[in-house]
Design a protein. Structure first.
Length: 137
């Protein structure tokens, strides 16, 4: 019924992206904000109760980190700020455990139930896991 995913910052590509979303991240890389990282598209079959393959990412070095989960009525939204996107949940990760991208690596796990979405984020350096259950009715 929806495309599910989360908002991430992606490496800037001047051929595709407009300047209004550009920033320089904590690691000195030019990136864009608010990209919709698709986990599953509308119409895709999933195994109920089983984790989808993990999606790798990293935390920012500074500040409180979080991961916001979105649903969209479009098959392939580009940004979480698109009109079709709706915020459905958020996990607050806290402060990053290290200084490098490798130190701050995380994995996102999504598991779809009959009426809910379970999102787990694992901070690889510490092994800490945070989970959020989202009602998908």
């Amino acid at each position: 019924m929806y495309t599910y995913g989360f908002g991430v910052n992606r490496i800037f590509d001047e051929r595709k992206h407009t300047a209004d979303k550009i920033y320089i991240n904590d690691y000195g890389v030019k990136r864009i904000r608010d990209w919709f990282r698709i986990v599953v598209e509308i119409g895709t079959s999933v195994d109920v109760g089983k984790n989808m393959p993990p999606i790798k990412g990293h935390m920012n070095k500074t500040g409180i980190n979080g991961s916001t989960i979105y649903a969209s009525t479009e098959r392939s939204p580009e940004f979480v700020t698109d009109q079709s996107c709706k915020r459905i949940g958020q996990l607050i990760l806290g402060e990053a455990p290290g200084e490098t991208v490798e130190d701050n690596a995380i994995e996102h796990y999504f598991a779809f139930g009959d009426t809910e979405l379970k999102v787990t984020i694992k901070i690889l350096k510490t092994g800490q896991e945070l989970t959020k259950i989202i009602d998908s009715l």
